[in-house]
Design a protein around this ligand. Sequence first.
Ligand code: ARG
Length: 605
Amino acid sequence: TSTSTSAQAQDPAPLAVQGAGSVKQQISNLAALSLRATVPEVDVEPVVEVCTTKFGDYQCNNAMGLWSKVKGSGTSFKNPNAIGQAIAKNLPTCDVIESTSVAGPGFVNISLSNSWVAKRIQDMLVNGIKTWAPVLPVKKLVLDFSSPNIAKEMHVGHLRSTIIGDTLARMFEFSNVDVLRRNHVGDWGTQFGMLIEFLFEKFPEWEELGSQAIGDLQLFYKASKEKFDNDAEFKDRAQQAVVRLQGGDEKYRSAWKKICEISRNEFDQVYKLLDVQLEEKGESFYNPYIPQVLEGLSNQGFIKESEGARVIFIEGHKIPLIVVKRDGGFNYASTDLAALWYRLNVEKAEWIIYVTDVGQQQHFDMFFKAARMAGWLPDPKEKKFPKTSHVGFGLVLGADGKRFRTRSTEVVRLGDLLDEAKSRSKSELVQRLKDNGKIVDWTEEELEKTSKAVGYGAVKYADLKNNRLTNYTFSFDQMLSDKGNTAVYLQYAHARICSIIRKSNMEVEELKMNGKISLDHPDERVLGLYLIRFAEVVEDACTNLLPNVLCEYLYNLSEMFTRFYTNCQVVGSPEEPSRLLLCEATAVVMRQCFQLLGITPVYKL
Ligand code: ARG
């Protein structure tokens, strides 16, 4: 809808014209056109931010940087402010911008036109929130998350990885990126020798056994480890079992498969509870690729002999990356190199993202550097893609400030945890409904469904709302509180909006088509502007791999809605049609946030 001149229309910045992408992207595209007209001799990326003052909604901050580039080069500009004035003047005339002003050293304040903001919201209501998806500079990525180890504990770290990874996947998928959700399970390694031998010993009839019969695989792992540590003869057998397994012995391979299958069933239960989709491509999958990948690296001269092992020396690291152990076996690093090679060359992913605790940072740092050395990845200064990122996260702590454990077991069983969140939220819900006499309106099924959505959502949100790098303390009381920044509070906020809409006598569906949003009241305008920031928030969360950015937005949105609702009467007011549409738009955006966070929204509470 830009009315740029024909010369500008040929510019490779058509997004502003098409109206796709976030508002920030659109303003940036307008700014890019202006910058090209203002300083044609300088090639510069537009710097557009949300305005921090009340003098505008967005601001373009290029003037100062440009000044330092052009001053002394015979430019006609006298100071950065003059550049700012020119940028403001050269912004294409269009229906997006209402007015501009220039502050101090050339900050260009941009105020959006109310009618454009209103129209954007209304278009979204008619055509769906998918039209607010940001446009990201990547088409296909691998998201490696969850990735527990077979027969070992699936600990809270894996829970964090699962929750954070799933949210990132949902945000990228919403943004039309092809996401390969990969479960890089630890299904290969020396521990299998001991597990297999133990299986043969404890369950001679193992081939006929269903996965239930073996019972708890973690206990099975513990028992076999104990035997391994205390029984030299067993240890010997276990070590030979590894050799046979890796040599492809039929019997050992099918025993290995059995053990993996049992683990897989356990993991799948958790994924089902959490509503997380994952495709398993475990470490074993990449095993056949390791020799050729290492040979390539070796031919390039990167692999050296060191104390009997084969290693890659990496700049800035004292200890080299071991890729073949002294006993000739491959390890975590060689598997990751082969997996990266596969993801780049076979799957052709442009971005490969790994979600694990920060404790593994060094490992990722090293093999990313090795890949860069080998020329698999471009110098990030030259090209943005393909690239790799490690999404690290901190610990989950218990009330005692130590690593989170439950009372009964050393490990935290995810299923139990979610169960407890659900039953706690159910008893609170039931109590509240009894207190206000509404319990009669609820069926048992509804109660169950609602407390599940609230309880599970609370666990996820408590994790996601923190900057992932910080440790956080796991507390049911906190996460299930209906006050403060919690999923429960947000569920109530959403349900309340739904009830406002239900209470009105107007038909929202009809209003979407024929009504009109106006943003005359300051609190209407603030809410409207915040609603249309949704896309850039998702863009920011994706670009920086930070789910908490979306949580913050969701929480702020509900606060802004409260302010609007307190100061602007909806039901029964002359502005009811327009305000009802703002209620609906808020509910739609909130639900989309919930969806991206993997939380099931509740419509009645
Ligand atoms: N299985 C590993 C663990 O439990 C996580 C794997 C992460 N992914 C990877 N490609 N290294 O710590």
